[in-house]
Write a protein of this length. Structure first.
Length: 292
């Protein structure tokens, strides 16, 4: 399946910005089911420094410095991605989660290992309440994929999707108490649940193809960034994705931009500015299937 993706961010500042530095995670990364066929970024004003590379986790990253005084900054990334559908694994045939926890500790270091995703991170820190919540799904000797799918469904059913009640810095313990939030909150919560039992889980940032209501046209710019979870299920299964916001295993409508320990590792645009005062941010995202 081919997709065209457009992600436009406009920063409008109250005062003049004299210089700004930014780190972008906007180019989709390659993985076993996904190829990024092309990607480019338009920046206004034109940056004096514009370089690309990879971060610690192997995600494509772009570094910008804008030295021209400006009251507005526009960052528009466009990409075309080829995504293969994932065949559904047999949940009950996966190894017991305790076996996965043991196995991950014996993997020889080589690059970024699953073991590095077993620990608390700034936005995904567990406590006893989170561990207790996870324990309802992680029953003794339960197959790991079956247990994670159960946890995915519980978060979907027991938490309300509601914007404006949290931001990316809201601790997962507060999300657990509120029982509401958005996709980043639910991903952080599920990650904290799994890591509290020593299981490797990583945060996945990307896009989700959305479908308008029946009889309605899809609005331009109405899509959004999305977040979900990937769980390492042993050497045979590898990394498997789960989406607690939608109670499913991503197949062919989730486009991956990058992954890391949590949102802080793969935020779309990060950095700092000199000047500017208060500012407003407008984001427009389009995910469009391309006829093959």
């Amino acid at each position: 399946m081919l997709y065209d993706i457009r992600h436009k961010t406009t920063f409008t500042y109250e005062e003049v910005v004299s210089v700004s530095h930014h780190v972008l995670h906007l180019a989709p990364r390659a993985h076993r089911r996904q190829r990024c066929l092309e990607t480019h970024t338009l920046i206004d004003p034109t940056p004096s420094i514009d370089s690309r590379g990879e971060d610690y986790f192997g995600n494509p990253v772009q570094y910008l410095t804008v030295q021209e005084p400006h009251e507005r900054l526009i960052v528009e990334a466009s990409s075309r991605v080829d995504l293969e559908a994932m065949s559904s694994p047999k949940l009950a045939a996966s190894p017991a989660w305790e076996d996965v926890r043991t196995q991950v500790q014996s993997i020889a270091p080589s690059g970024v290992t699953p073991f590095e995703f077993c620990f608390d991170s700034p936005y995904a820190t567990a406590n006893d309440d989170i561990r207790d919540y996870a324990a309802e799904s992680l029953r003794p000797q339960r197959p790991i994929l079956e247990a994670v799918m159960d946890l995915t469904g519980r978060i979907y059913r027991e938490f309300e999707y509601r914007g404006g009640v949290s931001d990316v810095s809201t601790p997962v313990r507060e999300v657990l108490l509120m029982r509401k939030g958005v996709c980043q909150d639910f991903a952080h919560l599920q990650i904290a649940c799994l890591r509290s039992f020593g299981l490797p889980a990583r945060y996945v940032s990307g896009y989700l193809l959305t479908h308008p209501p029946a009889g309605k046209e899809k609005l331009v710019g109405a899509d959004a960034s999305h977040a979900w979870v990937s769980v390492w299920a042993g050497t045979a299964e590898g990394w498997i994705d789960f989406d607690p916001t939608n109670d499913l295993m991503p197949a062919n409508e989730h486009i991956t931009v990058g992954w890391g320990r949590d949102y802080g590792d793969v935020s779309p645009i990060n950095g700092f500015i000199l000047g500017g005062g208060s500012h407003q941010v407008a984001v427009a995202v389009d995910v469009t299937p391309v006829a093959s």
